[in-house]
Design a protein around this ligand. Structure first.
Ligand SMILES: [Zn+2]
Length: 105
């Protein structure tokens, strides 16, 4: 079976090994829960560096369609689903945002 990898996330299949403890899964468990593994070509948050400057697909916890966003923007800045942001008047308020800002343990 050939994998249908979206061109935007083709780089995810060529990731270098992530240092122990520095993956997205290690550092951002809440954010990792929104990772869309299928659209990301089977790549997992454990294979991605926390600050990777690559685009990936994410699921919206509010049920909007999956969206593309830079990993570093989500993990370090705390950006979220663009549709939720529009609803909230430009702000993203979520546990993921607080996690990115270091407000959670
Ligand atoms: Zn949303």
């Amino acid at each position: 079976m050939s994998r249908n990898v979206h061109p935007a996330v083709a780089e995810l299949g060529q990731l270098r090994p992530v240092k122990p403890g520095r993956s997205l899964a290690d550092q951002r468990p809440l954010l990792s829960a929104e990772w869309n593994r299928e659209l990301n070509g089977g790549a997992t948050p454990a294979e991605v560096a926390l600050s990777a400057n690559l685009r990936a697909w994410w699921n919206c916890p509010a049920g909007h369609e999956p969206y593309l966003a830079l990993i570093a923007n989500r993990s370090l800045v705390g950006t979220g689903c663009p549709r939720c942001r529009a609803v909230n008047g430009g702000r993203t308020t979520s546990a993921v945002w607080r996690e990115a800002r270091g407000a959670s343990a």
